[in-house]
Ligand binder design. Structure first.
Ligand SMILES: [Zn+2]
Length: 289
């Protein structure tokens, strides 16, 4: 017969075993993180994504269904570095009781001229390899029963990211450094530029919420001429009106669309993180040639 103490121990143990066997409900803040979680957790977890393809995380407004998803989530996956400025308020409003996983944990952020932090670390593939390690560890801790799946899939995805990283370097290698000058509408590509040796200019700064003044625009146009910027790129998350004005006034060409803070819809040219980085790199290299 079980002693009373054993009975209590069993009663405490059983629900946690039952929980561990059920895959966690995962909510990811934006489309790129959703894709990373899907790669690591395929067949075990299917993340719900708050800011979807072609959507702008800087100006996101939560819907009631988003709050309900966060309220019932076990894991809430965010970029961190201030990318999701709305997240703390949203998690509080939803009464979120689960675990937060900050994908960028451990990354040394790029500082901005005014002392702030650039949140777009996912534009550097080596940083995303760190993201994948953090996400794998977060999933493992929440769901030990899925350990083998997470470890195996994270491992093979890390191999593909390593290949992507070296392919990006190889793509830029033939382009002289002083030709690698690109303008985008908002300043999302500093991490890409620092890692792969490309100089970016952006009229809108770090967030799509800011608009350049007339004086700032004149300064940019002068810079484009002086620094021989090779191409302007519209982003999938912004309307491009400012860049079209600059194109007219500075005589530089719009070289296409870059996917900066969001994937494309499925079937588009950047429906996964791997495709996003390959598309952006090919478009910029072609324009810089
Ligand atoms: Zn951004």
């Amino acid at each position: 017969m079980l002693s009373r103490r054993h009975a209590i121990a069993l009663a405490v143990l059983l629900p946690s075993i039952a929980r561990a066997a059920t895959p966690p409900k995962v909510v990811a803040s934006f489309s790129i993180l959703g894709d990373l979680v899907r790669e690591i957790g395929r067949g075990r977890v299917e993340p719900m994504v708050l800011v979807g393809p072609d959507q702008d995380a800087h100006t996101y407004q939560p819907k009631p269904s988003d709050l309900r998803a966060v309220a019932s989530a076990d894991l809430l996956v965010t970029n961190g570095l201030g990318f999701e400025g709305w997240m703390d308020r949203m998690a509080d409003a939803a009464g979120f009781k689960g675990t937060r996983v900050v994908a960028s944990a451990g990354i040394t952020p790029i500082k901005t001229e005014d002392g702030g932090i650039d949140p777009h670390a996912f534009q550097n593939v080596r940083h995303v390899m760190r993201y994948v390690g953090n996400l794998r560890d977060g999933l493992l801790a929440a769901d030990p029963a899925g350990k083998d799946i997470y470890q195996r899939q994270a491992g093979s995805y890390l191999d593909r990211l390593g290949k992507l990283d070296s392919d990006i370097r190889a793509a830029w290698a033939p382009i002289p450094r002083n030709q690698r000058r690109i303008m985008t509408s908002h300043d999302a590509l500093s991490y890409y530029g620092a890692e792969y040796g490309v100089t970016f200019l952006a009229p809108q700064g770090l967030s799509t919420e800011s608009e350049p003044s007339a004086k700032e625009l004149r300064g940019l146009i002068a810079q484009i001429r002086a620094q021989q910027v090779r191409a302007l790129f519209i982003e999938n998350i912004s309307n491009g009106a400012i860049l079209r004005q600059i194109e007219r006034e500075a005589g530089a060409k719009i070289g296409g669309t870059l996917f900066s803070d969001a994937l494309s819809a499925s079937g588009g040219p950047a429906a996964t993180y791997l495709d996003l980085m390959r598309h952006n790199t090919a478009a910029m290299v072609a324009a810089a040639k």
